[in-house]
Design a protein. Sequence first.
Length: 310
Amino acid sequence: MPNIQSVIEVLYHKYRSCSEGHVASYIPELAKANPDDFAIVVVTVEGEVFKVGQTEVAFSLQSTSKPFTYGLILEEFGREFVLTKVGVEPTGEAFNSIVELEKQTHLPYNPMINSGAIAVSSLIKAPNFSERVKRVMTLFENYIGHPLVGDEAIFQSEKNTAHRNRSIAHLLRHFNVIEDDIDESLDLYFKQCSILANTQDLAMMAATLANNGIQPHTQKTAIKSEYVSDLLSLMFTCGMYDSSGEWAYSVGIPAKSGVSGAILGVVPGIMGIAVFSPPIDSKGHSVRGVKVFQELSKNLNLSIFKGKKS
Ligand code: GLN
């Protein structure tokens, strides 16, 4: 494999001056992000770290969190039950689409879009709300390997403006996908989206999935190996929403993006990759992030369709 450090440095310098895309503003607090922040981190399954750029800048996980909470409920309830609450089909629609809930089964199509992720949140149970939040924090701490905090301002900002997500939750309640109070489940979803992490943390989450659920530094199990392929297959088919097909074609690895400008990608058995750069495209993906992943995939021969990695 070519020298990873020099490859990511070349890509960082190549795309540093890219000025395409806009920082997300529909959650007002996200508009404060610095559009110049840009970081690339690779963590191998052996735990080796390669990094370049503003790797220490913290951002909210947003939708990069969705595969991981899905894993939590799979472990707790098993596939059979979870499939009665959320499907495994791509929508070809935007991440915050509501239309597909009116179709066929009235279930969210998959857990990578907002409707599916909100349904997943409703299944994360504990005796009270703060214990529910704690379960989610502990989940991400197990993947990342150190304590985490949430961003209260981002949480409040999303909570105060989440009219579309509230509509989705009401429909989910109407169809009994959510069986109890929607407000608390929405709050839990906003809490999960507002957890702060940096690019290295995100790459570590990806590397843990690449390493079959075992965190490469702590050697702790973050998710049972039997469920890792559930997460990866859904990230592959649905993780980039209505550009998942294009992503499969041009990058070829399971991935998940978030509107804070983060993208994580998993090369099973090899490495986790994360790119952070706040300006996003019309589908909600980091513009620099998509370019870096496309080129990194070519340079390092990462596509899962390219056969044996060396
Ligand atoms: N919290 C965001 C929302 O629900 C997450 C969206 C995303 O990152 N694509 O709109």
